[in-house]
Design a protein around this ligand. Sequence first.
Ligand SMILES: Cc1cc2nc3c(=O)[nH]c(=O)nc-3n(C[C@H](O)[C@H](O)[C@H](O)COP(=O)(O)O)c2cc1C
Length: 314
Amino acid sequence: MVSEDKGMRPSMAVNLGGIQMRNPVNTASGAFGFGWQFEGFYDVGATLGAITCKGVSAEPWEGNPAPRMCEVTSGILNSVGLANPGVAGMLAKSGEYLQGLEAAGCRVIVQAVGHSVEEYVAAVERLEELAPWASAVEMNISCPNIARGGKLVGGTPEDAAEVVRAVRPRVSRPLLVKMGPVRVPEIARACEAEGADALSLINTVNAMSIDVHTRRSRLSRPTGGLSGPAIHPIAVRMVWEAANAVRIPVNGIGGVATWQDAAEMILAGATSVTVGTANLYDPVAARDVAAGLEAWVAEQGVADVNELIGAVEC
Ligand SMILES: Cc1cc2nc3c(=O)[nH]c(=O)nc-3n(C[C@H](O)[C@H](O)[C@H](O)COP(=O)(O)O)c2cc1C
């Protein structure tokens, strides 16, 4: 529908698989802390549609040794290794703040990680017990599976289906599955078939950077995950593939730094758009994306952002 009054603000509310968001803007797991780290820059609870917390396991994980982050052209490489304080540790420090975000209308998505199906189940059970107030649970299926020699837990449609099947009955609220940048249409369909309510993609892209003086990897491990503007066009393509493969909504992630990047994701088929690495070098990036997106929707002459989801013409 074309908006009759150009002066009226468009409706920006979206429904991401049962998560009612005031606007489509979310922040990426691991690249926005637990939200409170950004309070000195803007009012997170009054501004964002949602935040996605750093992935947590049932018990704390140390992660990989330093150096675990380095800058590359148009992005960063990280090998953090999913270091996290565990469910109870996260909630001891950030639980009260996160509940305040929910009360302010900013949806909180807690994220579970694991190295095996059993570890995912343990993490979501702890989240059900200790964080029942969070709007949704996301499972990051791009973790290495220890029993299978470090292969990604959700690296094939069969493996993704197995872990979603195990977790789904244990989560009483919307379940998002965070996918890596591999076999997107098939894995998206496998997650949908097992009851995922929405898909988040993409996670980082496996990459490498070498110090030519020392001839060593610039990280403590040979490879790491590439994020930031460098991966944006890859992410747009994969979001478009996923949105065309499934009926459940897609949360678009990857190199979103400006409202134009976010608008591209929406046109490609994303219902919500997530800002990650950009927060690390521009702490008000997500706020500015939310404001710019609203102005773009108005400028497009539509009354509701939902009219633009998947509206790319190819
Ligand atoms: C330092 C760092 C830590 C991350 N930790 C997680 C994590 O715990 N779980 C997860 O699903 N993704 C994690 N990610 C990936 C991001 O959530 C996001 O999918 C990826 O960075 C691509 O988006 P971007 O280009 O906007 O950063 C991490 C990324 C960075 C840079």
